[in-house]
Design a protein around this ligand. Sequence first.
Ligand SMILES: Nc1nc2c(c(=O)[nH]1)N[C@H]1C(S)=C(S)[C@@H](COP(=O)(O)OP(=O)(O)OC[C@H]3O[C@@H](n4cnc5c(N)ncnc54)[C@H](O)[C@@H]3O)O[C@H]1N2
Ligand code: MOO
Length: 401
Amino acid sequence: MMPVDEAIERVFRKLPKLGSEAVPLARAHRRVLAQPLVARHSQPPFDASAMDGYAVRAAEVLPGRPLKLAGTSQAGARFVGMMEHGQCVRIFTGAPLPIGADAVIMQEEATAKGNQISFEKTPPVGQSVRKQGFDFKRGAELLPAGVALTPAMLNLAASANHPTLTVTRRPRIAVLATGDELVAPGTTLGPDQIIASNSYGLIPLLAPWAEQVNDLGIVADDKDKLEAALLGAFDQGVDMLVTTGGASVGERDYVQEVLRDLGVEVDFWKLRMRPGKPLMFGTRGKTLVFGLPGNPVSALVTATVILKPALRALTGHIDPFWPRIGVPTLLGLPPNGPRRHFMRATLSRNDIGFLQVEPIFETDSSHSTSLALADALIVVPEDSPGVPPGEIVDVIPLSWG
Ligand SMILES: Nc1nc2c(c(=O)[nH]1)N[C@H]1C(S)=C(S)[C@@H](COP(=O)(O)OP(=O)(O)OC[C@H]3O[C@@H](n4cnc5c(N)ncnc54)[C@H](O)[C@@H]3O)O[C@H]1N2
Ligand code: MOO
């Protein structure tokens, strides 16, 4: 059985390069920058006022010595010409500072009598002035490649005058459920049947990093049918194929055999993790192939721990991994065996508002209720002797990414 970290490394080594594409800003949210974002001009493009008030020469402002109003500078319509000695200019937030002015006094600190404006005290040079290039300068690297674009980053990209951004391409993924017993939700269950649920959790889990996720539906445990469905997916040219079920050692667990027959080179099968031991990974040309276990909790936990980092690395994220958060556990944890345990848990706040985690002791990998109520996984190391209550444990929030 392969350690989890080694499995992730092996997957990372097999990731193909997907390249990049230009997308309009309005469609770039959450996409990953493929190259650094460089400012195409300076911001602000001119010295600008930070307040509604009066532009002045700081040294000329003295109590009891009014300045003469010479005109107005509006955002979008500057004061033309030079502000002479003894003058001031009415100015509004964001408007260009007139030539000759070196400070702005907000209007609440001024008294106007006709065109004579008096002030209470001399301002420091530069008061309420945003210097040209204060936010960023032309040619500056504003964002590195590999960041997932947030709303604030898109705002920055727009203000740096980029109508389109070069982002990484995303993979096309196909998801297939296997099992004779499976029927679609909404079906009246016959004897021995169960509802196929895995794809409904997996598809939205993978979708944020995918160009497209195709649901290939349910295929029976029949070698020919399985072969036809898998071959269909390869022929569509998907970048990643994800199956669930039929991954273990049962008589009808054909998935691995059929994948090998179709030319998939299996890299590993069986991980030292729980849930999710019978996870298979292989490649066929550039297509990544993951055979996930059929138990719903195993399928979703392996997707969270292995597939999500793989997809983030494939799409060029600087940080493919989940944030490591140390949180005290409200309850003690029992000793662990040789498999790393990703234990269902809930996060909450203690009475002074700090984060704490409460383990859910249900460990059966078919128990989907407990996973649905969990919002985190506690990472319990291999062969852990157990953890007393109050100790800090390593937590993966399920909402990460
Ligand atoms: N002798 C052994 N038996 C098992 C082992 C083992 O090492 N030796 N491993 C166990 C572990 S751990 C897991 S996990 C499961 C994984 O088995 P498979 O991947 O072959 O999955 P199936 O047998 O096809 O299904 C298991 C379970 O999940 C249900 N299932 C399958 N697909 C779906 C779906 N799309 N939606 C909802 N539920 C699904 C299926 O009906 C079964 O109940 O093997 C253990 N056995
Ligand atoms: O790995 Mo299985 O997922 O433990 O039940």
